[in-house]
Design a binder for this molecule. Sequence first.
Ligand code: BGC
Length: 723
Amino acid sequence: MRAALTAALALAGVLHAAEPWQDARRSPDARAAALLARMTTEEKFRLIHSEFGEPEPSRGWTKPAGALGSAGYIPANPRLGIPALQESDAGLGVANPLEIRPGDGATSLPAGLAVAASFDPDLAQAGGAMIGGEAHAKGFNVLLAGGVNLQREPRNGRNFEYAGEDPLLAGRIVGAAIRGIQSAHVLSTVKHYALNDQETARNTIDVRIGEQAARESDLLAFELAIEHGQPGAVMCAYNKVNGDWACENDFLLNRVLKGDWRYPGFVMSDWGAGHSAAKAANAGLDQESAAEAFDAQVFFDAPLKAAIAAGEVAPARLDDMVRRILRSLFAVGVFDHPARPAPIDVAASMAVARRAEEAGAVLLRNEHDLLPLAQPASIAVIGAHADKGVLAGGGSSLVTPRGGNAVPGLQPTAWPGPVTYHPSAPLAAIRALAGQARVDFDPGTDPAAAAALAARAQVAVVFVQQWAAESIDAADLTLPDQQDALVEAVAHANPRTVVVLETNSPVAMPWLDRVGAVLAAWYPGSAGGEAIANLLFGKVDPSGRLPITWPRALAQLPRPVLEGAAPGSPPPTAVNYDIEGADVGYRWFQRQRLEPLFPFGYGLSYTRFEHEATKVRIVDGVPQVAVRVRNVGTRAGADVMQVYAQTPDSPVRRLAGFAKVSLAPGEARTLTVALEPRLLAHFDVASRRWVRSAGDFALFVGHSATDLAAPVHVTLPAQTLDP
Ligand code: BGC
């Protein structure tokens, strides 16, 4: 009775230190240990497997009592005051809001690629804080966010959830986003660990890659994201890595994550990625997700009990799982700051989403300064439902828009659909900024009609789209629905044509030379229409830079054919990532001497920046690069200063540091960037350490992976980095 009262009061926030684990002055480890010591075996087992929290009438699943109606749920433990875990997707915003207040959606950030293209960790953190805050105000205390799989494959249907091809950029951006989410006392994952870089055959495929290559690429992105963000949980992936399922992979979980990186949080399986009890438990899995719905059975219940009884799993391992889960909950403040329904400042959330898109859209082409639009007398807006909204990517990360889908009924309407448009119409936003201009819209379904409208207007703005979604990859990079013919027709009728891309990642642009301007808007998010208009009219300067390499053709890729992606082609059993190894994206292009359509790090601005006087100082054995950046144009804008390093043992340059700065016309500022030591080293598999070789390091400062000034050379001694 007393315990129940204590727990109730503690849950209500009235009583703080009645029990040692309720004392917020103690460390998360001490609190976890104190609470663990009081738990029965049954209570421990209840924490190590979640249930699917959504009703799914077509499969006869009902929502568990107490669940808000989202991806995952673990009931509260009132005896001990452990809150229920309410887990919602995902990295762009709260994806499962409908059960809380019917008809109520949430705010979606633009695609992860847009946030990465901002090259601005502070902006990523603000985005994380916004979505974390909305999650908390909807009663969720776990956000299944933090997608940091590297873009090895431009056809991957989930590229929009991730942060591009470079481990340093992706790790810093996603780490900052996680930090933001957790600042709202919502535990974030980082996912999908690891090498889940394509959707085709994701539940069966074996990813083959050598250890050094993995450590220097995908695993480095995770390592950095975990260091910067300290996520409470790591979500292990669907695929196999070198023969073992990611969620029962001793190398990935025990050796690298918990061993070498000393990760103190817990590992949860992706939905359907649990395959065993003893093997997974011994390999480092701590919590099995939604097992009754997606795994062959609930392994982390009766089968694990039996495995412990049979001596196949040490009882201490169960305690370790629970301790890790509790530790993360304490560290993030889930006990001390309970998530409960609260009002949301929608205008403030939308401003965050708008700023992210403004900073992350990339201006790829701008002939004769067609942009920013200088008050034309007439504008033809064409295509992609720009009169209604902006496209979102599909799958578990889809954020249900407030006010509903702006274009309902498009196929597919079921998983991984519904194809959804956020109700932020570019047309209305363009009209709002167009002054006296006449602004007409054509849906773009008939190229001849669109061209006729474009011919009558001073400027044509054509929106094109490519819907992509979790669980499916694109077979190629061609825009669907004959949109290339649409752009050709419009550009033929009016060379002052601006193309706005709402795509998952790179697409082929056979008409590129015939259009005036191209803006890559990715999936633009809840306030995307306003952000695009602000960019087109120059209310803000485009400052996004490509977080990926834009290939000229699939033939340039390490795997020109994505096996199994074309309809009817058999699913592959394995994929070989040792072809490019750690040289993902721009590094592969450099190694193979290939010229991309647009390089990593590239993006135009309405102003121009010059880099003056590069200075290098060695601080604590690591180079610091200082560059004076000057805005030599006539408009305010932001420059992304990028530093690439070529080490004595690698002919391939790697991004080793970056910084972004906003400058008024004529203004100059000195940016100082400390290079990431691991990008100057290689991973030595024998010693399991990062080792920097002695010798000459060429440091290149520039505006993209290929637009670089002459290097500054420094000679550095050998160095073994601390683990
Ligand atoms: C996805 C995860 C997601 C989970 C829960 C899976 O299909 O791969 O990213 O968090 O579902 O919805």
